[in-house]
Write a protein that binds this ligand. Structure first.
Ligand code: ZN
Length: 228
């Protein structure tokens, strides 16, 4: 079962890049949480860990060490750019060849993120970044738009666009690691109570709400809030 380690860049006092009312640390966390959700909801046999799940400061050394201890199969660091420019680019460790396993994984993620987001393609790059160097597994760092560029910032303010960025990354991971979709991922859910259909839903949460409503109405269930 592939172990996927996702590292949302920055956190806590380390905001990362800021611009147009945006902070990099918030955007990277949203994308990472959404990636985890998609992977767990829609794919079989995949294990996901995050370097942070909230707005906390985690040193780079701890991030890399956590992935190494866990024995992750891939390390994916999510970042957002600043400094004048527009679009998407990604990095692998500078010591790696273009034919390395890491480069092959990066190529797939690169293609899928650019395809999903429509970001301008700034290219496939190499650098001596800490998390790329100190991780024991293939590691890729992506830079998703520029907070200080108005046209990118407008997109990054939209939660639906952050979901699209997450979706692009997941599409790449799914291809690179041959992940299988859960067979029920695209199905609707038909709810039948006492042999009678009470609704058809796309979202499991709506099913729960409807069942609660139905059972309450039929006096089959009672719910009330109680103090802890
Ligand atoms: Zn960053």
């Amino acid at each position: 079962m592939p172990k996927i380690f996702i590292d949302p860049g920055h956190g806590g006092k380390d905001t990362g890049a800021v611009g147009n009312g945006l902070q990099e640390k918030d955007i990277t966390l949203s994308i990472a949480l959404e990636m985890q959700r998609i992977l767990q909801d829609e794919y079989e046999n995949v294990s996901v860990q995050l370097s942070r799940k909230s707005d906390t400061a985690v040193p780079l050394s701890q991030r890399a060490a956590k992935a190494n201890r866990w024995g992750a199969d891939v390390y994916l660091a999510i970042h957002v750019n600043a400094g004048g420019g527009t679009g998407y680019e990604d990095y692998i460790y500078e010591g790696l060849s273009d034919h390395s396993k890491t480069a092959r994984i990066r190529d797939i993620i690169h293609e899928e993120v650019v395809r999903a987001t429509g970001f301008r393609d700034r290219g496939k790059k190499k650098a001596n970044f800490y998390v790329l160097r100190e991780t024991a597994m293939p590691a890729v760092l992506t830079e998703n738009g520029f907070v200080d560029r108005e046209e990118d910032a407008e997109k990054l303010k939209d939660p639906a666009f952050l979901q699209t960025i997450a979706r692009g990354h997941v599409n790449g991971l799914a291809k690179a690691f041959h992940l299988t979709k859960k067979s029920d991922a695209n199905d609707l859910i038909r709810v039948i109570v006492d042999g009678k259909q009470i609704g058809v839903y796309e979202d499991k949460e709506n099913v729960l709400k409807q069942v609660e409503y139905y059972l309450e109405k039929a006096n089959k269930i009672e719910m009330e809030r109680v103090k802890r």
